[in-house]
Each structure stands twice: as C-alpha cells, then as structure tokens.
Design a protein around this ligand. Sequence first.
Ligand SMILES: [Zn+2]
Length: 430
Amino acid sequence: MTPASLTKATNSESQIISPLDSCNGRFVSPSPSRHALRTLHKRLCWEVGLRSQSECSSWAVGDSVTITASNGRITSLSGLNQCGGALCPRCSGIKSSQDRSNLDRVIPYAMSSGFNAYFVTLTQNKKINVAGSINSLRSGLSSMTTALRNARRALNAEVISYGVIENVISCHEDRVLIGNKFYNQIHSHYHQIILIRKSKTYSRKDQTSCNHDQTILDKMISGYERGLKKAGSYVSRSNGIDIQQIKHHDQENISKYLTKVSSMAYEVTLSSNKEGKSRSFHQLLKDIFTFNDTEDIKTYKQILEANIRKKIIFRSRSFGAMVKELDALEEDEMLCQLEDTESKREETKCKELTVEISKDIWKAFSWNGVSDLILDLVSDASIGKNKWLFDELNYFLSDDNGFKFRYHRGTNYYKRLKSLVSLLEEVMLS
Ligand SMILES: [Zn+2]
C-alpha cells in the first residue's frame, strides 16, 4: 500500500515514484548535491527555531576564511562561523572525520598496551514517538554510564570509550497505519567502542581476564536496561544487544585487523551517512528533498527538536587523554626521525588542499548564497574532481585579485566574479 502523499501531485498514475527506491540508496531522481541538502537542512532548522544551525557557516568571523580539504573532505574550516551542531551536515562531518582518524590510532595503540576492545550496540524497540524514543535511549545511556563508572571503580579498571547515538527511520513501506494515517517508526540506538584494561592492582586470582571484562560489560548492560525500563522502553537481550570483541589474534593478519578497526571507527563516526534497509538521518534528508513528504518532514523536525542542546557523541575523558598521549608520542618520533617524517609530511601535504579567501570576497559569495558551493568545490578538487573550475576560482580568490575586488566593485572584474558564481551554481547544482 502506498500512501497517497508519496506520489508527486503532477505525475500521472504511471509515473508514480516508488518509495521503495529510496531504500538501499537507489534513487529514481539524481542524487541531490551536498549544497542542496545543506540548504534544505538549514531551512528545516530555521523552521524549528534552531537559529545557530540555520546560520551555520554564513559569515567570516575573522579577516579571512581558510579551507583545507583532503580526500574529498573538508578537514578544517577556520575563520567561518560554525554552529557545532551534532546533527549539522557540515559540522558533524568535520568532527566525525577527525574522530575517525583518532579512533584509527587509539584502538590499535590501546590494544597493544593491554586493552581489550569491544564493539557494543545497544538498541531498543521501534517507536512512532520520536521524542519518546530518543529520550528513553538517553535515560538508558545515563543509567549505563553510572553503572559503568561504578563497575570501573569497583574493579579498579581502566576504561576508554567512544559512542554515538544513531537514529534510524523506517522506510516508507514499513510505516505503521493508525486510523487512516501512516506514521514513520524510529529506531534510536547506540554504538560504542569500549576499551578495557585490568588495573595492575587487580588481584582476583579466581577470575580470568574474560570474567573481568564480562563483569563490567554485564553491569553496563543491566544499567542500560534499567534506564530504558524507567522511561517505558524495552530491549531484548538476545537480539537487541550486541557485543563483539576485536580479538588480539587478528593482529597476526595485520591488514585484516586494521580493516576491522577502520570499519568499527567508521561505524561509530559516520554511521549517520550509511545506507541500508532502514533510513539514516542523512537518508531521510535526501528523501525529503526528493519526495517532500509531510510525514518525513515532521520526523526530521522532531529529531532536530529532541536533540536541541544535547550531545549525541560521547567520548570518555580517557579517550581525549589517549589522543593527547598519541600526539605527544608522534611528536617525539618526529624529532627522532626528522628526515623520515619530513618526507612523510611532504606526502600528506601534497594530498591536502588549502585555500584562503578574504573576508570581503567571502561576503560577496555568501551574499550570493554560494559559500557552500565553494566548500564543495574545494573538497571535490582535493580528489581531482572539477579541478579546472577550482583553479579558476583560486585565481579569482588570490590575494591580488581580492585586493582589486575590494576597491573596484562594479567593474568588469566584479562582473566576471559574478559570472563565475553563476557558473559555479550551474555546475554544482546540476
Ligand atoms: Zn554547523
């Protein structure tokens, strides 16, 4: 059964867009550009009163804006206002790529220093009440955190953790019919990487290493269940909770082991971009762009509202400490093997792309509503896409031209700049 609202009003019966095609990442219409999706996100944020997210990266806070990209991703964006919102497509993207590279380093390092690594997934039942689902998950997580802290103290164990809340929305075909209306179902759950090490003072002879970790994980899960129950939700231990250990013997096959670490890091940092049977938050935005379905828009807004001023990423203090430790270690190594590192640095430098844009020029671009296009262009150029367009842009944005631009608005130069902007719009939006 297809809810009537999912078909395009202008289409005849034979041209109905099947909502099934939105699942598994298969699109009937061309995939919307990042720019278009961000603009849509900002508009929806504005509609629910999330001002900071709706105005994310709109203006230069300093004298210039510096964009750095590598491998098709913006790695740093300085001089531009950032909302820092956990659900903002740009801010969360920047943050998660940093976190992912940190996890890629932290997991193998921690494991080589005696930590056991586990990948924990905590779920709950599906709901149609978005705020209820997110709030009950948070209640579960807060009980879990307390239980984990108590267990850690009782056993005097060292624990490093990194976790993220993921909101998955049912596909159109899985909607629930109540009365004569179809409702989306939401499935909020939590992914976590947890690293546990026995303290040196741990001396229970009768317990093996496995029991030590198991005690901590058991207490954590019981805490989670308690918190869920308190908020009126439930989870089945057999298929709602999943714990996988990354085995040390995987280290024998080092590449297999590193791939596994990377995929875990990917799962906890970029899971909102994943495409699967159900729809991720990001997929929901794409679907809104394509179908403009009122139920989807409602769900998206409710997710935004339920997360106002709330964290969705949870890093333990020990995680930050280990990142710092690794940074310091790497710095030491750099001093020891200067030559080696310098050549390595050159390598990474080549892959990175940095562009500096003066405040005035940024303002002109912002004013034309294409600042997002510049960002897309820079990230594309870092993987070799649209290189010619990027070179052209770089010419316009160079210091000399920026200077001229400042003093000769209204001249031919300005016209060329404007035509470049419309060219950009055309290319990036097509
Ligand atoms: Zn943002």
